[in-house]
Design a protein around this ligand. Structure first.
Ligand code: AGP
Length: 619
């Protein structure tokens, strides 16, 4: 989730671009850069690794330059380490074209190879740089091409997601922009035009904004916008929207909290994590370069060992069910804080998989280092490119959730599940335990998940809000589930406790008779996860046990389920997908929203809960 800004107008562009980047700060970044065209002096680019302040320090002496067109970018790395060379903007060989991009070019590898064969020289490891050379190739293939037409040509070859801005020294009065799956906003005043990934950078100048839709592009001049459809280039008239948000609301995209925004971003985060990693027709999962070692490793390993903390540990517990079924290997799941202080059986025949959103969690890092000392090969699941864990593991599979600002992990969790689901399928297929057909069917089911969530987010939030009016004053909650729903019950309880400060406990439903049933009385709300899966009858009998002791039953399941309806005081409906294995994706989201709405009702600081940090970098 990078951030892009662009400006063309009478103001010196550098301060406008930097202010715009500062307003995209919440999108996170590991590097940043700006580029501008100066009359009779061509193109200039300044980029810096690290926070925006590092870039700002390099601008002394150039801020007041008489330049009236430019682009800026904050990078959240997906391909290529955070570095000055990989920071945007990126240029073509002639240093006449500059591109800023937010998204993932899925076929960049083949495009880059083709362009290198044509003699293009690349200076970075990013997918984005391919766009600059594609446009250059289009521009110089035909004479008198406009930048707009060249971009249309170039994008015909591109697969993947993009929001991009392009400028060219030979058209110093024009910015061209395009959008597919990544957001792009445009604003104009009488004689100036702005582009940005989001509303905040433009809001100080105008609240009349145009939102490009997928497969649309725009040619922008001072105070002028012309939108075209892609790939045919037909003119489109777009009505501007009037935005009445203040700056703080704008950073959250109009959502009240980052956590809510991130819950709603889950369909996109799951899609982005899938993006470019599946070959549907072949029923194969493809992982990025650097994981080739898995091919032979998977045939010789004898066990898999997950290490993680908190929500990431819950993801590992779910993955255990998938991986044992699909690979036939024994799977161990350890809390990293326990793993690091125990006598271990680990050998070089165990594959260690550390899971971490931040890639900086002290216990998980310590566990990874111990695994490496024991010669256990490792593949990290991580959301932050260039984080410590990704530099120490033998390989990394990145989640593409974008920066997660809320302390309570939501989109990172479902993105971890996505990466683990794909890895499990890949390992199962490589070990000859899953046929290509089986993998293809499971990929199809996974591809249905974003839509299933998208279609129900608002309904689930309304139902969660209703529950918050009733239960926000309760002091205890119990969450129970079986099979894949047991780790989901743990996750739901963790969400509630960490943001509402209510004591909530997740339990394997089969454990009720072994103690927790003593807790049940008329004041104990019990969230029961009850999909019609292979242990459905068992969870129904657990719910009956709770019911017979006057427990309050909040069921998550199928609204058409008469048994559930007769037992539960409240039922939140979750559709039943083709394949039970993806149920954790669907059952987690209502639990996130229940925790969110109860915390809001209790007046808690949802994004920054007391005593908690986003990344626990100390023991
Ligand atoms: C989850 O909502 C919490 N923020 C916390 O449990 C978190 O999952 C844990 O600290 C692990 O963090 P990591 O994924 O960055 O390693």
């Amino acid at each position: 989730m990078c951030g892009i800004v662009g400006y063309i107008g009478p103001r010196p562009s550098i301060p406008v671009l930097m202010e715009g980047l500062k307003r995209l700060e919440y999108r996170g970044y590991d590097s940043a850069g700006i580029a501008w065209i100066e009359e009779n002096k061509g193109l200039s680019i300044i980029r810096a690794k690290g926070k925006l302040a590092a870039l700002d320090r390099l601008l002394d002496g150039v801020r007041d330059k008489r330049t009236f067109i430019g682009l800026g970018h904050t990078r959240w790395a997906t391909h290529g380490e955070p570095s000055e060379a990989n920071a945007h903007p990126h240029m073509d060989c002639r240093k006449e074209i500059v591109v800023v991009h937010n998204g993932i070019i899925e076929n960049y590898y083949s495009l880059k190879s083709e362009l290198e064969r044509k003699g293009h020289k690349f200076l970075s490891d990013t997918d984005t740089e391919v766009l600059a050379h594609l446009i250059e190739d289009a521009l110089y293939k035909r004479v008198n091409d406009s930048l707009k037409d060249a971009l249309i040509d170039a994008l015909k070859q591109v697969k993947g997601a993009y929001a991009l801005g392009v400028i060219w020294t030979k058209e110093p009065d024009t910015i061209v922009a395009a959008r597919r799956q990544s957001p792009l906003v445009i604003g104009t005043t009488i004689d100036e035009t702005f582009i940005a990934s989001d509303i905040p950078p433009i809001l100080p100048y105008t609240n009349k904004l145009i939102f490009l839709d997928d497969m649309e592009m725009a040619e922008l001049k001072r105070g002028k916008i012309q939108v075209y459809s892609l790939p045919d280039g037909d003119k489109i008239e777009k009505e501007p929207h009037i935005i009445n948000w203040d700056a703080s609301m704008a950073e959250k995209g109009g959502y009240r909290h980052f956590m809510l925004k991130e819950i709603y971003e889950q369909p996109q985060a799951i899609s982005n994590t899938i993006g470019g990693r599946i070959l549907m027709e072949d029923g194969r999962v493809l992982f990025e370069k650097g994981l080739e070692f898995l091919e032979d490793l998977i045939k010789r390993i004898e066990a898999i060992n997950f290490i993680a903390c908190g929500t990431s540990w819950h993801a590992a517990l779910i993955a255990k069910y998938w991986f044992e079924k699909w690979t036939g290997l024994p799977v161990h799941v350890d809390l990293a804080s326990e793993f690091r202080y125990r006598e271990l059986l680990l050998t070089d025949k165990w594959l260690t998989i550390p899971i971490s959103q931040s890639g900086e969690t002290a216990d998980t890092l310590a566990g990874l280092r111990i695994a490496k000392e024991l010669k256990s090969p490792s593949v990290a699941i991580c959301n932050v490119v260039g984080s410590t864990m990704t530099r120490e593991a033998d390989g990394t599979i990145y989640t593409h959730a974008g920066p997660e600002i809320g302390v309570a992990s939501t989109k990172a969790f479902t993105s971890q599940l996505t990466a683990l689901y794909l890895l499990g399928l890949s390992l199962g297929e490589k070990r000859g335990r899953l046929s290509r057909k089986a993998v293809s069917q499971k990929i199809m089911t996974l591809l249905s998940v974003p839509g299933l969530i998208e279609n129900r987010l608002k309904i689930w939030q309304q139902e969660a809000k209703g529950l918050s009016q009733i239960f926000s004053r309760h002091s205890n909650f119990l969450y129970i589930g079986r099979g894949l729903q047991y780790p989901v019950a743990l996750e739901g309880a963790l969400k509630l406790k960490e943001i509402s400060y209510i004591h909530a406990e997740g339990y394997a439903a089969g454990e009720m008779k072994h103690g927790p049933i003593a807790l049940i009385d008329k004041d104990m709300p019990v969230v029961c996860l009850a999909p019609k899966d292979h242990v459905y009858e068992k969870i129904i009998s657990n719910i009956e046990e709770v019911r017979s002791r006057q427990g309050i039953i909040i069921a998550i399941g199928d609204k058409q389920d008469d048994a559930l309806q007769s037992l539960a005081q409240y039922v939140i409906n979750v559709p039943h997908p083709e394949d039970d294995d993806v149920l954790p994706f669907l059952y987690t989201v209502p639990l996130q929203l229940i925790a969110y709405e109860i915390a809001v009702e209790r007046g808690c600081d949802v994004d920054q809960p007391r005593n908690l940090a986003k990344s626990v970098t100390v023991e």
